[in-house]
Design a protein around this ligand. Structure first.
Ligand code: NAD
Length: 422
């Protein structure tokens, strides 16, 4: 079996998500048949995309769209372009979107898409063609009342603009609300770039009030300095915390007296990595995750904190900026050690709240001003955190993830029951 095929057949993230689902299901008293149905997507579409490369050769890519659950409304979730994307990963991420949208009280189900591709190896023309072909293959299954894609890892407003243009051409429907995360000229929200980072920093602040006595002066380490990591760093610094460590795929840098976030951005922009920031100690990503700090924010990859390094983590609070950075085993270790973990479905939901505003605006032909959208994201995130915190206190001996998932799953199950789906 080729290693590519092997990866397609096993996805850690899906296994992790199902484990988390079953754990919460037990607490909610859900039966095995209901849990099984929740673990399965309603539909997964696999597409083959052929493009003629600039060298005249045919390049073939595999992509997916997973539509996990539509009990609460149209499927909603991003599309990632990454060489390691698998069908199971996309299914797992679509399931997480179902819980996230339910938790944030958005009128959506959960969906997610992906293409197995390294976009850095494509020319701009090839990338545009790939994006358009993906929509040619999927246009029957998406729409503003059916399934609403958005950017995720390695996709951006330009790709959403190509998606939209292709969709309009092929269907004849000038329905801009079919995609979110679009450029502002096409009805995109002006907060789009930073909605997720603003949300992560907001819940970190709320959690710090409850668990650390406040955000002021809290020492923060962030893994990942992409969209989520950079804006989280900028906002959390603005809120009074001290960013003492950051990393990207090449490694990290730590200075316990604090890093200058704006300077880090310049260094990253000029040299391609934060490791070239001079005023700090260079560390590996493994070292960064177990370095001394008050708040650790993994905002890069999934499964980076697992049963082997979880006992060594020194942070007093963890906020999941990325999707699925802690494994189910790591959750158990953190609970035992009394380290609260603000779960991904809550912590990084600022992006989809922004998407909702964009979608609703497009539907009504309105445009929300940046300051108003910013306020709305902050207030929705504060409300969601405090709701989960209340549930966490009510449940007693459970962690924040269990509380958040319990609220979300209960909402989805009730909607499914009301509709007669189960
Ligand atoms: P991005 O591609 O903009 O940034 C990813 C960052 O991670 C980069 O700095 C990259 O160098 C770093 N990285 C890659 N490999 C690494 C490694 N091996 N070790 C350490 N760092 C590594 O992606 P993003 O949009 O910031 O997304 C990051 C995570 O947040 C993903 O899990 C994504 O699903 C999740 N997320 C993103 C959004 C959003 O709006 N962008 C919303 C919700 C969740």
């Amino acid at each position: 079996m080729s290693s590519a095929l092997e990866e397609t057949l096993t996805s850690d993230l899906y296994d992790q998500q199902v484990k988390k689902l079953y754990k919460v299901g037990e607490i909610l008293g859900l039966s095995e048949d209901v849990l099984y149905t929740l673990s399965q997507p309603e539909r997964v579409i696999q597409v083959k995309i052929e493009i003629k490369g600039s060298d005249g050769k045919v390049k073939t890519f595999i992509g997916w769209r997973s539509q996990h659950n539509s009990a609460l409304g149209p499927y909603k979730g991003g599309v990632r372009f990454h060489p390691n994307v698998t069908q199971n990963e996309v299914i797992a991420l679509s399931m997480m979107m179902t819980w996230k949208n339910a938790l944030l009280q958005l009128p959506y189900g959960g969906g997610k898409g992906g293409i197995r591709v390294d976009p850095s190896k494509l020319s701009r023309e090839e990338l545009e063609l790939l994006s358009r072909r993906y929509i040619d293959a999927l246009y029957k299954y998406i729409g503003s009342e059916l399934d609403v894609p958005a950017p995720d890892v390695n996709t951006n407003p330009q790709i959403m603009a190509w998606f939209l243009d292709e969709y309009v051409k092929i269907t004849g429907k000038v329905d801009f609300a079919t995609f979110t995360g679009k450029p502002v000229e096409l009805g995109g929200l002006s907060t789009r770039n930073y909605s997720t980072g603003l949300g992560v920093a907001t819940v970190a602040k709320e959690a710090a009030k409850k668990f650390l006595g406040g955000i002021e002066g809290a020492k923060v380490i962030i893994q990942g300095f992409g969209n989520v990591g950079t804006f989280t760093a900028l906002f959390i610094e603005e809120m009074g915390a001290k960013v003492i460590g950051v990393s990207d795929s090449k490694g990290g840098v730590i200075n316990t007296d604090g890093l200058d976030v704006k300077k880090l951005l310049e260094v990253k922009e000029k040299t391609g990595s934060v490791i070239n920031y001079q005023d700090g100690k260079k560390v590996t990503n493994e070292e960064l995750l177990i370095s001394d700090c008050d708040i650790l924010i993994p905002a890069a990859l999934e499964n980076v904190i697992h049963k082997f390094n979880a006992p060594k983590v020194k942070a007093k609070l963890i906020v999941e900026g990325a999707n699925g950075p802690l494994t189910a085993d790591a959750d158990l270790v953190m609970k035992e050690r009394g380290i609260p973990v603000v779960p991904d479905i809550l912590a990084n939901a600022g992006g989809v709240v922004g998407s909702y505003v964009e979608w609703a605006n497009n539907k009504m032909g309105e445009i929300m001003e940046e300051e108003e959208a910013k306020k709305l994201i902050i207030s929705r995130m504060e409300k969601a955190f405090n709701g989960v915190y209340e549930e966490y206190n009510k449940l007693g001996d459970q962690d924040l993830r269990t509380a958040a998932m319990a609220m979300a799953i209960e909402k989805v199950v009730n909607a499914m029951k009301a509709r007669g789906m189960i």
